[in-house]
Write a new protein. Sequence first.
Lengths: 422, 404
Amino acid sequence: MKACDVVVIGGGISGILSAIVAAKKGKSVTMFRYGYGAFEIGGGLIDIMAYPDNKKESSSLKNCIGTLPGDHPYSKLGLKRVEAAVKFLLELTKEEGYAYQGSVDELHWVPTAIGTMKPTGLYPKSFDSQILKNADTIYLVNFKGLKDYYAELTEKMLKKTIGKDKKYEIVTVDPRMEEAIGGRDVMIMDIARWLDKKEGQKDCANQLQALVKPGAAVVFPQVLGTVPSYDVYDKMKSALHCDITEALCIPPAAAGMRLSKLLHNAARKYGVRIIEKARVKSAIVTDDVCEAVVVSGVGKEHTYAAKSFILATGGYYSGGLEVLDNNKVLEPIFNLPIKVMSQKEYEWANVELFSNQKQPFALAGVTVNHEMCPVDENGEKVLKNLFVTGRNLCGYDFCFEKSGNGVALASAYQAAMSAMEV
Amino acid sequence: MDEKKINLPDCCISCTACITACPVTAATHKFRGPKMVGPAQSRLYFADNEMDSTLYLCSNCKNCDIACPSSVPISTMNMMARAKYYETHKHPQRDAMIGHPEKMGRLLEDIPLGAFFANIGASIGTSIGMVKAMGLADERPLPKFASETFASMLKRKKQLSSDKKVVFFPGCVINYNEPQVGMDFVEVMNQNGYEVLLEEDFVCCGSPLVTTGYMAEVKINATKNSHLIKKCIDKGYPILTICTSCSLMIKQEYHELFQDEIPDVEENAKHIFDASEFLMDIAQQDQLNTNFGAINHKFAYHAPCHLRAQGIGLPSLDLLRLIPGLQIDDLDAGCCGISGNYGYKAENYERSMKIGENLFNAVKESCVDTVLTDCGTCRNQISHGAQVKSKHPMTILAESYKNS
């Protein structure tokens, strides 16, 4: 059977990133995807680290990496490797025409739909709370018919977070979506698609020009297009002569759609062979080497051989980890050793939803070494040519720490580097 | 086989991936979207047996199924709800025609010069407004009937005789509209040492009947085909198709719709292949005839949604890339908008063209004169919407072997 260089199992952010890293270096890569991953939920930002420990005090990764527990993915990777991964993403997004910015050195705060500020790591330039601090007047853009966004609420909370001393004004744009009456609720995604088109951009800019005075700051919900480009952002900025920012909103997230498209465009450009709706069911292993994986598509099984493999199937929601009845967590393809925080299931969850403790169930996952190669409890490699990324890994609570996409990015970069050395 | 969760709408975690993937949702705000119309609405059937008032907008293109991380067969839920509706409601008149391309084909086959007159009739029908009056789009040409069926052409062909045999499931488009594409497939298989057998009793796979809501007829066809497929498999012959909607139907949708009611559907699926999938499989074992002659031409490739839903990648694209001199761009621009008979309905025409806009623009940007794609209705839509030629990849493979 013919083998490719690298097989990537999973098409979420860590899967596709690792596929791009290897393909960009000239390797033949096949990536299996079952479903779309969490791009549209994740909102398009790369949170690296904000809340490292239970004290709930924010900190950049650079300031806290030394204090993280030993089995945290960042502790395994070390700051230099995370920085290399960040550099890769910043360069890739620039090459693809939708440059991200940010670093591991400091937190960047973005406004949310409810007027609070959320810390992140890497971000498109259209998310920036700083412009609100600098402005005397803040306009909040509302769209007629748009559900899921309440400019009044944003205004109320912004007065608390940014200050009452500024002038706030809500301005409403009509996206002319009468067709939606009796149909679907108008979503962020619909407005963003309206703004993808030249006519929509023109219409929106014209309506706002009549309402907005130059020199102010303008907050849009996350609607500045669904394609990876600053076209809409630049047009609005120059039409209004104002600084503008988007606010994070509930899914489906337009900026997540932009990041997804950006990465898929890059994957296609570098020749990644993407096989959709393909769930990897099992692996063919000889001694401590994985020879091939078995994919069950519709009706039948296909076997794919490779020199090395990257596991990026995610956590509980995407089937990368399964909770069994007997208080065990399973990684279903390779049956890799899983570290759990407690043998007693009743200790897995902290019942306080907004508590200041990381959730024990969230910390469960595959144990790896610094190469992202899975290891057993003695630190011995389980499979020499398998590397693990993202939510499959143990030792971090992405939700609490706000570290999900950052761990995905850094582990994907390292896994691809390791896979290429096999 | 992946476990299907047809009766388990609660497997939907409301992640909304399907909504972002749905081309109809992108084209109209009237459609409430796959999540709402499929799993969410199906939870309410115990209380209210009426279908969602926007279900008629679903094209069954299956992009929702491709996007779903939780294996919920959303589009099939929609089609079952549509069928339920037509148990107690009357079909529009034109559904009888577009749901039954095979009936039309068989009828014409028996009339001398039937196809000729049917094609003239269709163009007259368009010009005098008959087509529109029937509820069909008169802006686009109706598929033309060939003067000879594939079955008849195959009988005249002197084929390679071989111990290695495959059974061909031609489907209505190949049999009645584009028989030459079927002959190209036969040529490619012969070049690889396979003799192609035809089971003449195969009937329409049922895909156009599913989307028009004739579920009882789908079951009759599925039962008949499954029985015949089983007989071929028992003789050791794999079943091959070159129409991606047929292959999806007989491989996957029979199972989703009738798994406990029709015998053998699950076992059959293991032996049913898209022809390019089959050829890539033998390529993996170094058994593909790679004696390809050069074709110095640039093409673009469009992946039909019903192929993407099969979990086998894009095997035709992999094969085409083996041809020396041939350049090919994967357009990757989403659904073409026709989705079988969806875009032929008068009320769907504009929406169908709007859905295809991304793809038409991508074709224009690629500056090619010919788009290659595995699906017959996609070919019609691309030729109509992007004003280029469209061909099946098998035609190019056959040509390449001829050039060697």
